[in-house]
Structure formats: structure tokens, C-alpha cells
Design a protein around this ligand. Structure first.
Ligand SMILES: [Zn+2]
Length: 318
């Protein structure tokens, strides 16, 4: 297997030459076609504490973790969102400098929006659960499948679901994404799984409906769209049971796969209409190809503990 050698060669080259991402061989690009190859360029993808994982309600350790506290989640943002299709199947191209691309940039191929501040002047934040600090909401993005495959990243009780939303938060003790990625408690991601349902009515996550409505305007790579409504971050969650969640220590699910994430995955699976889900499948990447199956395979648990917080009433008889 000579692949790592080639990877090493190009990685060294990256530090020397600012040149176009297009010059790299296809095999070295970040692609969901071959996620097992990511580790050759991003070594942490082959390391420990990797995500996603398969969650199981019978194997998770039931404990009375503190509830999550959703600070400013119900306050309207002070500006309109800009939802962007930044879908690449090739490597992320930023600033034309390969060192920057490989080592610094959080590469995510998805539909994403940056979380603005609320009308109170601060971003929404998260505390509680496994978190010992304040974590500011930074960005929201999605992972999906195709008409042939379901696309959630985490499995729940042996099932893959149709869609997964990630709300990425950064520990306020750290000043940059890069600094946070190098700490074991740098990031907190809230994950929500969705299951497609046969209904023609949009569902009761009003904020999410606005985001999904943007998708039809985001067909082409690097396009963006601004929904007209002033949303709240909490409106993406609708009536979700926020008290019941799985929690474990893991990683980013995209390169560089930093083991810096305290994951909180809600146990309740939200519905998404059969009319809404296919809007993800019409998105196109940089080369005009369909942007499909944007999920990483499940990773080994390797002795990690997975906790499940349930409402306190369920512990009274224990
Ligand atoms: Zn994600």
C-alpha cells in the first residue's frame, strides 16, 4: 500500500507551495466516496474518540446528568441568516494556500449557516449535560443521504435515519475554531435526527421550515440564500424533548476529525415531510455533480462510555 507515502509527499509539498487545489490527485481529496482515506491526510481521522457512533438505549449508561440549558435560544437573531451550499466533493479551496486548507480550515461539505448574535447582542449558548463551561453556538449544518440511502450519521438502536442536523458550539474559553479543535473540551455539538413521514403538511419546527425552504435556492455550489424571517435558534428544535439525550466524547465527523467534541444527541427523532427531504438531494457540488450521502460511516466505540439522560421521574424507583 503506497498511498500513505504519496500522502506524505503531498503533505510536505503543501507547506512549500501555495497552489491550486485542483492539482491534487483525485484520491487525496476529501470525499464521501472514500472516507477511509481521510486519515492519510488528516491523521486524527484514524485516531481515537471518533464520531459518529452507533447509539443504543440498552447499552447507554442511564445517569442523571444535568439538563441542557439553552441560553438565548428563544431570542430572535439580530440579522437575517445566510444559508450557504458550500458542497465540495473535492478538497476545500480557501485562500489558494494548501497549508491553510489542510491544516487550518474546518472542512464541511454541506448546507450551512453561521449563527449570528441575537437581539440581546450575544450568540445563543449551551451549558449543562457533559459541559463544564459555556459553549457559544457558531454554525448549523446538515448530513443527508439520497433517494437510495438514509443519511443520518449517528445510528440509533440499529437504525440509520433520514437526516441529521448539527448545531456546533465552541467553548468560550477558546478564541478561535482552531484553538478549540486542539482541546478535548473545545466543541459541543447538538445532534437532531429526522425521520421522513408521509404528510403534505410542513412540520412544526418553524425555523427549520425556513431553512428547508432555502434549499430550492441553493442548487448550485457556493450559492447562498437569505430567508426573510428573523428566526431563533430554538425554532429549529420545535417541540423536541430537550431533556432526553445521549452524551459522549467524540470528534468532528469531517476532516480534520479533531477529537474535541462533547456530543449531545437527542433521543427523540423529529419528523420531516416527504416533500421537504428530497430538497437536499437536488443540491450540486463544485463540479455540478449531485451532493449526496454526506455522512461518515460509524466509528468504533473503543471502550468509550455513552450516557443517556432521561427525565428524573424515570429514576425514582432505581
Ligand atoms: Zn456535522
Amino acid at each position: 500500500m503506497h498511498f500513505p507515502t504519496i500522502g506524505d509527499f503531498y503533505q510536505r509539498l503543501l507547506f512549500l507551495l501555495p497552489f491550486s487545489a485542483n492539482l491534487l490527485p483525485e484520491g487525496l481529496r476529501f470525499s464521501y466516496d472514500e472516507p477511509q482515506q481521510w486519515r492519510h491526510i488528516y491523521p486524527q481521522c484514524g485516531g481515537s474518540y471518533q464520531s459518529p457512533i452507533a447509539l443504543n438505549s440498552r447499552k447507554a449508561i442511564p445517569i442523571s446528568l444535568p439538563p441542557l440549558n439553552f441560553g438565548h435560544y428563544e431570542e430572535p437573531f439580530d440579522e437575517l441568516l445566510s444559508v450557504r451550499n458550500n458542497g465540495h466533493t473535492g478538497m476545500y479551496k480557501a485562500a489558494g494556500n494548501m497549508h491553510y486548507i489542510f491544516k487550518e480550515y474546518p472542512v464541511i461539505f454541506t448546507v450551512e449557516f453561521r449563527v449570528p448574535t441575537t437581539v440581546l447582542g450575544e450568540r445563543p449558548y449551551l451549558t449543562g449535560g457533559l459541559l463544564g463551561d459555556f459553549y457559544e453556538a457558531m454554525a448549523v449544518h446538515f448530513h443527508w443521504g439520497s433517494s437510495q440511502r438514509k443519511g443520518s450519521e449517528h445510528l440509533l438502536n440499529g437504525r440509520r435515519y433520514d437526516l441529521e442536523m448539527h448545531i456546533v458550539h465552541r467553548n468560550t474559553n477558546y478564541q478561535s475554531d482552531e484553538e478549540a479543535r486542539n482541546q478535548t473540551d473545545g466543541l459541543a455539538v447538538l445532534a437532531v435526527l429526522f425521520k421522513v413521514v408521509r404528510t403534505n403538511y410542513p412540520h412544526y419546527q418553524p425555523g427549520l421550515s425556513e431553512i428547508l425552504g432555502s434549499l430550492l435556492h441553493l442548487g448550485d455550489f457556493n450559492s447562498s440564500y437569505t430567508p426573510a424571517a428573523f428566526l431563533t435558534l430554538g425554532s429549529l428544535l420545535g417541540n423536541l424533548d430537550r431533556g432526553n439525550f445521549y452524551a459522549y466524547r467524540g470528534s468532528l465527523t469531517t476532516p480534520p476529525c479533531s477529537p474535541a467534541v462533547l456530543w449531545h444527541v437527542f433521543a427523540e427523532v423529529l419528523p420531516i415531510s416527504q416533500l421537504e427531504l428530497p430538497k437536499f438531494w437536488q443540491l450540486r457540488d463544485r463540479r455540478g455533480r449531485p451532493l449526496l450521502n454526506t455522512f461518515r460511516p460509524v466509528q468504533s466505540l473503543e471502550g468509550r462510555q455513552v450516557f443517556q439522560r432521561r427525565p428524573p421521574s424515570e429514576y425514582i424507583w432505581l
